[in-house]
Write a protein that binds this ligand. Sequence first.
Ligand SMILES: [Zn+2]
Length: 275
Amino acid sequence: MTHTASLEFLMGLQRLAAIVLLGGFALMLAAEWLRPAQGTAWDLRRLVHGGHNLLLWLLGIVAMSAVFGGMVWLLLQWMQFRRIGVLYYLPLPPWALAIAAFALLDAADYIFHRMSHNVRWLWLLHAVHHSDPRMDVTTNLRQHPFHLLATQAWKLLACAAIGVPAWVFLVHEILVLGFAHLHHAAVRWPAWIDPAFSWLLITPRLHWSHHSPRIARTNSNYGSLLSLWDRAFGTLTPPLPDAQPFGLQALTGSRWHSAWGMLVTPWRARRIRSL
Ligand SMILES: [Zn+2]
């Protein structure tokens, strides 16, 4: 591939990422309307809930643009050009390097998610995502802006350590974005989805288990795409049946669920021992 062609390919992948992010959200909203999960209803409270989650996400977008801007894209290309990362030192054909980079990048996501549950300051940020008592597609957007920034910084470090070609990063990112919508949407999925796909992938009900208020379940199923890492490190729990409670017992009051409440959760909740 010529340099221009590969640049066009990368730009196409970037556009696809934006389409999956926004189009996937709209698609899952429609699916929630057509096949709502048990116990979910389209009422005013749900609209308000979604509005606050969206507002938090918009603040996150502002923070990400202010800190990283177009830097991620440039850094990824620079790292590829300079062949930075362990995989570039191995005598691998390009296809094997791409597969290894994809799998290791997915493992890096697993590690960061697990750290987000076990390192106190990361957990205080990530708890904002977990505190949602009504899980739907907007829960996916409910991320503390500082957690988004920390995640992006981790991904860049992981790419530099592993040696990830820019297109592999983008393909992985597109799949993760799409799956994150699927994982959170309040959709009544057919029961066969879990046995059919959970051997390879994190299915929605496996991720629902991760949003259970029961701590043994919260601290499991960390994978974002492949279920391989949870299996390998013994953190996989069975899929959660429909209509189970979500959220965190320590953060149930309404003060934790407004956009402002979520923004200040890491500060307000820092001394709550049961969290
Ligand atoms: Zn989590």
